[in-house]
Structures are given as structure tokens and as C-alpha cells.
Design a protein around this ligand. Structure first.
Ligand SMILES: [Zn+2]
Length: 627
């Protein structure tokens, strides 16, 4: 067994080890704040046997984490009452105050401190990084529960086991013999160990049950079809597949995923989550189980379960752990190795936000508000797919949709059901497209109309007609920036005078990742001059406090958490309209837009960098260069 001495940590950063290695780095970083390095040999701290709260309090005081007075107070309080709670939990509820910053010592902080004190790595268990199937094979659920440990990683030569009782190691030789691997101990929050022991073993059991019940894709698949036909209630207790699907959704919500991918490959089924725009592999499982999961999800999404050769769409409403309704849009696609399923998650919290939360600067929020309060005309939002256009439109429409106003949308597809709108979906196979839809909506006594996208002249013409007859029309265009929208409309064949008569303004937008607030640090090497250089001739005036990405368990070591919009808002003033003619110059349009108050995307990004919300690299990657 290798445990206890910090030198063991060196050389454990090979591939596949980073979960533990980075946690070790993290705990070292934290320890360095408390003066004493975990690398110092500590004969006095050798721990054999169960933890004891008196001893822990003594160590906390020795390490200078709490003051002598605080130690005395804690001992007095804990001695006064009997408690069956394990020592770390017991100490976490008395609310000891940390000497250095006055913060209350949480269970997490105590676990991390204990790890450092004993020279062991501290690990925050990340369910997405744990191969549940392999880990569950390392020991039985009963064994793990009895010893209050949880295997978190199984490598070719060692198995990493999380414990909250590092002094209890009598089980180690047995596990080493059984797994034919060396046991490496790491310390984790005892409540996390308890929670994930339950979840991991339940999940592993569900997958095993699904594999067994299936025997092949056909069997489990037929079974599910049968259940759907007979309308029998699915029993979550004996249905492995049902549990795996439930687990999948819970984790996706926990991890703030925007999309879930179920991908059949030649050998394995792969599950990936998209988080803040980046895909993360989550789990691999037998293709048969993946097929059964896809069938179950199709069933819930009221899709044709038998049809696997044609792409299908569907939607599901479910609840997240907080009890909020979450809407998911499903789509399937036949691929070489089976049916691929993608679920897009529309979290009600993230979908409709106020302008500030979306990332609007005060300057643009004011101008946007004024624009969308106009009684009629066309307001366009532009940007590539996945730049947050729909979120901006929904958030804006939501605030305009009062009892006195009829808001109608025609979308392809309806991304999010919003009770305040009348929403219609394009049905191409019925010849019901955007232009047809708009024509129909016009007979519905509308005030405000939203057309998913303008991509042909027929739709553009209808939008113009609607605006000319006194309606406010919102839509999107696929262009790189706001001024290009005018050119795009002309390319479609809309006459310049009609553009001038109807288009009120164009909002160009992008999404950039925001720095994780928990781990970002001031970027002392960044200079204001470098920032000004990329936005010449603009200058980032005002506060300048850039931060850089570090990475912690909370942000999956990416250094970023969540995304926000960057916006450029072009308002069509009289001077601007003068420049929209038969042969408009892109340059002239851009210059006029800027004169009228537009801050280009890259400049908007630079301001976010100066505020320390994102990084310059992130902005440069997401925004077009200045002209
Ligand atoms: Zn972080």
C-alpha cells in the first residue's frame, strides 16, 4: 500500500491520473496559505485507527487553522453533548472559525485540511470523471459502505480509493489481493463518499441489469415497445434502462449541460455532454444499453419507436433536482452504427434572463430597450448558430408580452414553450414555411411577430409587409456582424427603400465563456496596451482589472464557468439610411453605425476583459476583427 507520505504524489500525473493529481495540486495550493507545507514530515500526525474529534481540534490548533481560544471553545461545546456523528461531520456543524480569514470551517474545508495535514491528496469526487462500471468491480457496494470508502479510479496497476477515515486501513490488503492492484488512498468529503457510493453502485447495477435483460438490442427494444403499447406504468425499480436514463438527466442538469449526445460507435455506446459550448465524454456503455436508452427516450418523447431509419424530432418535459420544469428537444439521426440521439436542454432559468444577465452593457441595454419599444418595424438579431440569438429574442419578447399584447411566433423548431406567446412551428412537409406561417399569423390580429429566421425573399417580403402594416417584427439572420445584415437583405432582393422604411436596428452577437469566479486570479502580466492594440483605434477606458483562468473542480479544470453575450447594436438613423442605396459601401455603413453609437463586438469583448469577466484569447477567438 502506498499512502501517507506526500512524496508519493510525485510522478502520479501520468495520463488518466489527473483527477487525483490536480486535486493534490489544489490541496497544496490551499495548504500554502496556512504556512505549513504538507511536504514537511510530520511524525506527530501519524494516524492509526479511527479519527477522534479531540485530536482533530488539537491538530487544527497546532496547524494554526483555528486559534487556541477557538479550540477551547470547540472542546467545551463538543464535550457538553453526546453525538453519534462521525468526527469530521461533528466538527463541521459546530461552526469553527478559521483564524486566517474568519470563514466558518465547512465539511469540505475540514476534509481538505485533514488531507493536507496527513500528506494525502484531497479529492472532490467528479461523477463525470469516474468510470462507474470499473469502479464498482473493485469492491462490492456492501464492502464500500461498511468501510466508508469509495473507489474512484481503477488504473492498470493501482486503484484509487477515497476515504474519510484515513487511519482505518485494515481493508487495504484484502482489496489489493482481490483487484491485483496497489491501493492508493485519497481523502474526500465524507458526505460525498456516502452520496456517490449510493449513486455509483445503483447506476452500475442498472447498467448490468439492462445488459442482462437485453441480451441484444432487439430484446430490450421490443420490451420497451411492448410497455409503450400496453400503456403500463414503467416501474423504476426493476427497469435498469429507466434508471440509467433518469441518472443521465440528473447528471446533465447537475453539470449545467446544454446538450446530451447518445452516440452508437462500432464497439461502444458513448455519452457526451456539452457544457459551456465544449463537449465532454461522460460515459461509455454497451451499444445494446444505449439502444435501449434511445428507445426509452423516444417513447417518452412520443416519437415513433419502431422507425429507426429516418430522422425524427420530439420533446420531453421533465423536472430538474430543484423541481423546476425543464424542456428538452430531442432529435435522432440514423448513423453507421445505429441511431444517434441528441437532447437539447432548455433550462428555464438560463433561457429567459434580464438584459444585464445576458451580458448587455448599460450603454447597449438602454439603446436596445428604446428600440424594442417602437410600435412597428423590423428588429434583427444576427450571429452564427449557437451564438445565443434565440435566448436574446425570447428574453426580449417575454418582457414585451403583456396581457394587452398579442405576441405570435413562427419557429423552426419551437425551441422553448413560452406560455406568454402564441407559438407555431414550421412544417416543411406540409408546405407550411416561414413565409406561409407569417401570412397566416397576419390574419391572427398580432401586435408583435417573431419569425425564426429570414432566409429567402418570400419571408423577407412578408416581414416587410407586416412591418409596413403596423407590426413589430423580430427575426434572425445568419451574418457575421450587424452591418452585414443590410447587405444580406439586399442580396435576398429587398429594395433599399423598403429596408429604410422598416428596419429599426440590428443586434449582432456572440457568446464567450466567462471566467470561473471561484478560481480566477488577477492577470498581472496582461497590459492595457495589449488590449488597446487589438481594438485600435478604440481604447478601453475606465477600470482595468483583467483576470486569468486557473481551473478548479467546480469548473471542470477549464477555468471557465457559464457564458455571456457580446453585443453590437446598430440603430438605423436618418444618416445611416442615407447610406443605404443601390450600391452601399460596407465601410460607410460600419463607420456610420459607429458614429451612431455602435460598439463593435470585439470592443464589447475588450470591455469584458477589462472587467475581469473573460479573457482576451476568448474574445479574439469569438469575435470578427475590426475593420
Ligand atoms: Zn474554477
Amino acid at each position: 500500500m502506498r499512502c501517507g507520505r506526500s512524496s508519493d504524489r510525485v510522478g502520479q500525473r501520468g495520463a488518466g491520473q489527473f483527477l487525483v493529481a490536480r486535486a493534490a495540486r489544489r490541496s497544496m495550493a490551499v495548504m500554502s496559505k496556512t504556512e505549513r507545507s504538507p511536504d514537511t514530515p510530520r511524525e506527530t500526525s501519524a494516524l492509526v485507527g479511527p479519527l477522534d474529534w479531540r485530536r482533530l481540534v488539537q491538530w487544527l490548533a497546532d496547524d494554526g487553522v483555528i486559534s487556541a481560544a477557538e479550540a477551547e471553545r470547540t472542546v467545551a461545546r463538543c464535550s457538553a453533548a453526546q453525538s453519534a456523528q462521525p468526527p469530521l461531520q461533528r466538527l463541521s456543524v459546530v461552526g469553527m472559525v478559521r483564524e486566517s480569514d474568519g470563514a466558518t470551517l465547512s465539511l469540505d474545508a475540514l476534509s481538505e485540511w485533514l488531507a493536507g495535514h496527513l500528506g494525502l491528496p484531497f479529492v472532490r469526487i467528479d461523477p463525470l470523471k469516474v468510470d462507474v462500471g470499473r469502479v464498482a468491480e473493485a469492491m462490492s457496494a456492501q464492502y464500500a459502505e461498511r468501510h466508508k470508502v469509495l473507489p474512484v479510479q481503477v488504473g492498470p496497476a493501482e486503484v484509487v480509493v477515497a476515504t474519510s477515515e484515513p487511519g482505518l486501513t485494515d481493508w487495504v490488503p484484502e482489496v489489493e489481493r482481490q483487484t491485483r492492484r496497489t491501493v492508493r488512498l485519497v481523502v474526500a468529503n465524507p458526505l460525498d463518499i456516502k452520496r456517490y457510493t449510493g449513486e455509483f453502485y445503483a447506476l452500475a447495477k442498472s447498467v448490468r441489469a439492462a445488459v442482462k435483460a437485453g441480451g441484444g438490442p432487439q430484446a430490450s427494444f421490443e420490451q420497451l415497445v411492448e410497455l409503450g403499447r400496453s400503456n403500463r406504468t414503467l416501474d423504476a425499480n426493476d427497469q435498469g434502462v429507466v434508471q440509467v436514463v433518469d441518472w443521465l438527466w440528473q447528471y446533465a442538469f447537475d453539470q449545467r449541460a446544454s446538450d446530451i449526445h447518445l452516440e452508437p460507435r462500432r464497439e461502444q455506446g458513448v455519452i457526451r455532454f456539452r457544457i459551456d459550448g465544449v463537449l465532454h465524454p461522460v460515459y461509455q456503455l454497451p451499444v445494446t444499453v444505449l439502444a435501449a436508452m434511445t428507445a426509452r427516450i423516444k417513447l417518452l418523447g412520443r416519437m415513433d419507436v419502431v422507425e429507426k431509419r429516418r430522422p425524427q424530432d420530439g420533446r420531453i418535459k421533465t423536472k430538474n433536482p430543484r423541481g423546476d420544469e425543464v424542456e428538452m428537444r430531442l432529435s435522432t439521426l440514423p448513423t453507421a452504427f445505429g441511431e444517434k440521439m441528441v437532447m437539447r436542454i432548455f433550462d428555464p432559468d438560463t433561457t429567459v434572463k434580464n438584459l444585464d444577465a445576458l451580458g448587455f452593457s448599460a450603454h447597449d441595454a438602454r439603446r436596445w430597450e428604446a428600440l424594442v419599444k417602437r410600435p412597428h418595424g423590423i428588429v434583427l438579431v444576427t450571429g452564427p448558430t449557437g451564438s445565443g440569438k434565440t435566448t436574446t429574442l425570447y428574453s426580449t419578447l417575454k418582457r414585451l408580452a403583456t396581457e394587452e399584447v398579442n405576441v405570435n411566433t413562427i419557429e423552426d423548431p419551437i425551441e422553448m414553450i413560452e406560455p406568454a406567446f402564441n407559438q407555431t412551428q414550421v412544417q416543411v412537409h406540409l408546405d407550411f414555411d416561414f413565409a406561409q406561417g407569417l401570412r397566416a399569423l397576419m390574419r391572427q390580429d398580432p401586435d408583435i411577430l417573431m419569425v425564426g429566421e429570414i432566409r429567402d425573399l418570400a419571408t423577407a417580403d412578408m416581414a416587410v409587409q407586416a412591418a409596413l402594416t403596423g407590426h413589430l417584427v423580430f427575426s434572425t439572420l445568419h451574418t457575421n456582424d450587424a452591418p452585414s445584415a443590410i447587405m444580406r437583405l439586399m442580396e435576398l432582393g429587398v429594395a433599399p427603400y423598403l429596408i429604410n422604411a422598416t428596419v429599426l436596428g440590428v443586434l449582432g452577437q456572440r457568446l464567450v465563456r466567462t471566467l470561473c469566479p471561484l478560481c480566477k486570479v488577477p492577470d498581472t502580466e496582461a497590459s492595457r496596451a495589449a488590449l488597446d492594440e487589438v481594438i485600435k483605434p478604440w481604447q478601453a477606458s475606465g477600470n482595468y482589472s483583467p483576470y486569468k483562468a486557473v481551473g478548479c473542480i467546480d469548473c471542470r479544470m477549464t477555468g471557465f464557468k457559464g457564458r455571456m453575450g457580446l453585443y453590437e447594436l446598430m440603430v438605423t438613423t436618418e444618416a445611416f439610411k442615407d447610406k443605404v442605396n443601390r450600391e452601399p459601401s460596407m465601410d460607410a455603413l460600419r463607420r456610420q453605425a459607429v458614429t451612431d453609437g455602435m460598439r463593435p463586438l470585439r470592443v464589447a469583448g475588450a470591455l469584458k476583459v477589462a472587467e475581469g469577466l473573460t479573457t482576451l484569447d476568448e474574445v479574439l477567438a469569438c469575435t470578427p476583427p475590426l475593420h
